[in-house]
Ligand binder design. Structure first.
Ligand SMILES: [Zn+2]
Length: 75
């Protein structure tokens, strides 16, 4: 009966479930220094982002919250 791994996911989060748009394309922008850029698409509403810039690849892999699906705290 130690710490349960599920607590990581089961604890009350600040928000409700958020829909995330996942990366569909990624690369490096050489014009303004080494910067990661990526495009995202939401599988729920088909929203697609423009190129977004990130400092880390981790942020890209996580995805970004879909601005359409997360309006008003979600459906
Ligand atoms: Zn969406």
């Amino acid at each position: 009966m130690g710490a349960r791994q599920q607590d990581l996911f089961g604890k009350p989060a600040r928000g409700k479930r958020r829909w995330r748009a996942h990366v569909i394309d990624a690369g490096i922008n050489p014009c303004i220094g080494p910067q990661h850029i990526a495009k995202f698409s939401c599988q729920r509403c088909q929203w697609a982002s423009d190129w977004e810039a990130f400092e880390t690849i981790g942020a890209i892999k996580r995805g970004i919250p879909c601005p359409k699906c997360n309006v008003g705290g979600g459906a």
